[in-house]
Design a protein around this ligand. Sequence first.
Ligand SMILES: [Zn+2]
Length: 174
Amino acid sequence: MEKERQKTVDTQEKKGYYKGMSPLIRCKKCKEPFIPEEMIGKCPNCGEGYNLYEETIQQEDSETPSSINWDVLPPKVEVWLEFISGKRAGEVVKINKSRFIIGRTDGDLIIDDPHVSKKHAAIEIWSRDQMFIKDLESKNGTFLNNILVTRTKLKDGDIIKIGTSLMKFHVKLL
Ligand SMILES: [Zn+2]
């Protein structure tokens, strides 16, 4: 855990997280967006505390189940990505397996963008209510709702940023 935390800090520093290049985060209480100056701090609008360590590593300790068939989706669920920016805006990509890789050259969804790593991130659909985004040690990181993530739970409506592409994650339970 400590090692992961240090890695998160190193990654954040490498990305200039403290130097104004940081993405916005949204206050959980007042919902106002702001740029965090530190990993732990307070919302400048309402004073509510935030902790980016919790946001970035919150799902690190959940074990990946070994019983999943990664080539198919769990039953009674439809999952898809919708590009909401860039030249592919409006394009819809169906996620048709439990482990769906996004990358520049390798994977189930290829994004031709120099800011995307060869194998950048994976979307894992474990069950109808357990879905994750996992960064595959990409160079420029994977963002969920503007927060840098390593492995974090996904829900319908979440915004994923990979390279310069913004994608909305959609889930429909059948
Ligand atoms: Zn606030």
